[in-house]
Design a protein. Structure first.
Length: 464
């Protein structure tokens, strides 16, 4: 805590001197401003925050060991502000500029997700902080999808969509100027950062006036509801903002008890004593009033359904061996096509170890290793010896990324029947990275590097 206070004090002094403030500080400011904006736009999101806060408090009161682990990864303060958002972009230029925008906030593209195999015509990455320190300061993420126009089978409709997207400009000139300033000067001052956040919010704000006629909207909507959501509006409105809970089953039950239209199935692995990867649920997308453009310049009232509320529970990050086991068990459960999917999922995942020491010992999950003060560390001791003796504490690394099957499931549940169509096209990571202007980072490599760095601090070169 003392180190954090010193960091904050230095940031204040830098801002006072007109020096650039840290990307972490800009990200925290942006995350708070976006959460407040979305609360105003979608009041039910505020209700969801209240439910999550209550569930988290009760969960921590009942589980001191969990409270200790949460403190080790950044504390209750991190948990209370943790969010991820999601946006959908239409062009390569928009994606490349978003990469620049998020870089100002210390967020890098991590992972490639192909959702087209699940009937959603996008591919995606997650912009997020990647260091332990930055995640502790503000673990904000944006799951960013790029529309795959080549998957629109109707040539004329695809050309029309391309023309519509080519005409729009989702970034203000002031924001683009600030991006240039940040890149040329190594960051932004406090005053510049405030303007930057204000301008960036305009990009992601909800605009109920469409850029197309009702007839154009309906044709694009018939091709896929997500296509209409991306193409027909002035910008990539934030379509959900997701708080993190410690007990997603309790949140789901509370949503249902309050009459909130919750998703029928929680996406991801089943409930476990030791949560792994990511579980997600949501409430149904809202029907919102919009205005279509008529040929004579009038506005024609209508409605659009896309934005929803989501909640997530994050568990330990899995190694490649752990992920291979997870994927195999999930395929078994999904392939059975059960009447009771939850029970089938539970049976399949009985084969996945459900205690942290076994996950660590079998190399199925990533951990951060912390030396305990006043414990003597023999030079000949193995890592297992150190952990078992109490000289070293093994803290599970939280999974900071996403699951493509779960993301597609959430999208489909909020896009209606049109989302179930499947596309023949294969993943196109190279095309995505060309549009992005850089390669995406490998999530497993990030966790492995964090684990290895913690081992070096206690004098061990590897997990053996």
């Amino acid at each position: 805590m003392a180190n954090q206070q010193a960091t904050d004090q230095q940031a204040i002094e830098d801002a006072r001197d007109g020096l650039p403030i840290s990307p972490d500080a800009i990200r925290a400011y942006f995350a708070a401003a976006m959460s407040e904006m979305y609360r105003r736009e979608v009041p039910l999101y505020g209700t969801l925050l209240d439910i999550v806060a209550t569930v988290n408090r009760r969960t921590l009161e009942a589980d001191p060991a969990l409270r200790e682990r949460i403190e080790a990864e950044g504390g209750i303060e991190r948990l209370s502000v943790e969010r991820h958002g999601a946006i959908r972009l239409g062009t390569a230029e928009e994606l490349a500029t978003c990469r620049r925008l998020f870089a100002v906030m210390g967020m890098e593209p991590v992972g490639y997700y192909d959702l087209s195999v699940a009937g959603v015509p996008v591919h995606s990455t997650a912009f997020r902080p990647v260091t332990v320190q930055a995640l502790s300061r503000c673990p904000f993420r944006i799951f960013t999808s790029l529309l795959r126009l080549e998957l629109i089978e109707d040539n004329a409709l695809r050309a029309e969509a391309e023309a519509i997207l080519a005409r729009r400009r989702i970034f203000s000139p002031a924001l683009l100027d600030l991006l240039d300033t940040a890149e040329a000067g190594g960051g932004l001052t406090e005053a510049q950062a405030e303007r930057f956040v204000s301008e960036a919010l305009e990009t992601f704000r909800w605009h109920p006036d469409t850029t197309v006629s009702r007839e154009t909207y309906e044709r694009l909507n018939a091709a896929h509801r997500l296509i209409a959501d991306v193409v027909c509006f002035r910008g990539p409105h934030i379509n959900h903002l997701t708080p993190r809970t410690l007990d997603i089953d309790a949140v789901q039950a509370e949503m249902i008890a309050r009459g909130i239209p919750a998703k029928a199935v929680i996406e991801g692995p089943p409930r476990r004593a030791c949560p792994i990867l990511l579980r997600q649920t949501s409430f149904t997308a809202l029907e919102e009033q919009v205005a279509f453009q008529a040929a004579d310049g009038r506005s024609v009232p209508g409605s659009h359904t896309a934005r929803f509320g989501e909640v997530e529970q994050r568990g330990v990050a899995l190694t490649p061996a752990g992920r291979a086991l997870y994927d195999r068990l999930l395929d078994e459960a999904r392939g059975a096509d059960p009447v009771d999917y939850a029970a089938t999922l539970d049976r399949a995942f009985a084969a996945f170890p459900d205690d942290l020491e076994t996950l660590r010992g079998e190399g199925l999950a990533y951990f951060r290793y912390l030396g305990r003060p006043h414990h003597r560390v023999p030079h000949y001791a193995t890592l297992d010896d150190l952990v078992q003796s109490g000289a070293v504490t093994a803290v599970p690394l939280t999974y900071e990324d996403f699951l493509p099957v779960s993301a597609a499931g959430i999208f489909q549940s909020n896009l209606g029947g049109g989302a179930s169509a499947h596309y023949a096209a294969e993943a196109s990571r190279s095309a995505f990275e060309t549009a992005l202007g850089t390669s995406v980072a490998d999530e497993s490599a990030i966790y492995a590097a964090q684990q290895a760095a913690s081992l070096r601090t206690i004098g061990i070169d590897g997990p053996g």
